[in-house]
Design a protein around this ligand. Structure first.
Ligand SMILES: [Zn+2]
Length: 196
């Protein structure tokens, strides 16, 4: 395993990381930073608390949480509303703001789809904590810029559950803000499970 050593841009402490993790956490000053193209950039992040009932091997999985504005330009759906869209945009409105969750960890396609649609469909609520409490963090391998590009993929994946809707939907999606969110999971034989 290759190890990378960098310095915290805030306090200069050395941080050792596995090579593939793009997210560097300084446990001395609680600053997270990312290096995309070399220069360190501080990242706004939060850490969700585990459910007191969580059992088993705990891990924190990084997500990019995109705060987006969603505008439906046209929707020609016979006999009804677009189900998912009306869930996101309260009151059947044609525009609104929503959070899109993009897993930043290295996941297979099925697991990626499962967690992105699960948390985007029903935004998780949780108390936050100030440190990782020595729980292992899964490496963050997805750059922030790519998360924004994947937001459309998540929307399309969710709508595609309803046949015939996808090709009739014309919308625009603007990312206003991106935050890194660490959500709690436990490892099971079936894969990671949410431990919120
Ligand atoms: Zn530091």
């Amino acid at each position: 395993m290759k190890i990378v050593q960098v310095k915290c841009p805030s306090c200069n402490q050395a941080i050792m990381m596995k090579e593939k993790d793009k997210l560097f956490y300084c446990d001395k000053c609680n600053v997270m930073h990312i290096r995309e193209g070399g220069a360190p950039e501080k990242v706004d992040f939060e850490i969700a608390e585990f459910s007191p009932k969580a059992q088993g091997e705990k891990v924190y999985m990084p997500f990019w949480r995109l705060y987006t504005t969603f505008i439906v330009r046209s929707k020609n759906v016979e006999g009804g509303t677009i189900f998912k869209m009306s869930q996101w945009l309260k009151g059947g409105s044609d525009s609104g703001n929503m959070f899109i969750y993009i897993p930043a960890a290295e996941l297979d396609a099925g697991t990626f789809r499962k967690f992105s649609t699960m948390f985007t469909g029903a935004a998780p609520r949780y108390p936050t904590r100030l440190n990782f409490n020595n729980v292992r963090r899964l490496p963050g391998t997805l750059p922030k810029q790519e998360a924004a590009q994947l937001a459309d993929f998540v929307v399309v994946t969710m709508e595609a559950e309803q046949p015939g809707v996808l090709q009739k939907l014309d919308y625009s999606l603007t990312v206003n803000d991106t935050k890194l969110v660490y959500l709690p999971f436990v490892m099971t034989p079936q894969g990671p499970m949410s431990a919120l």
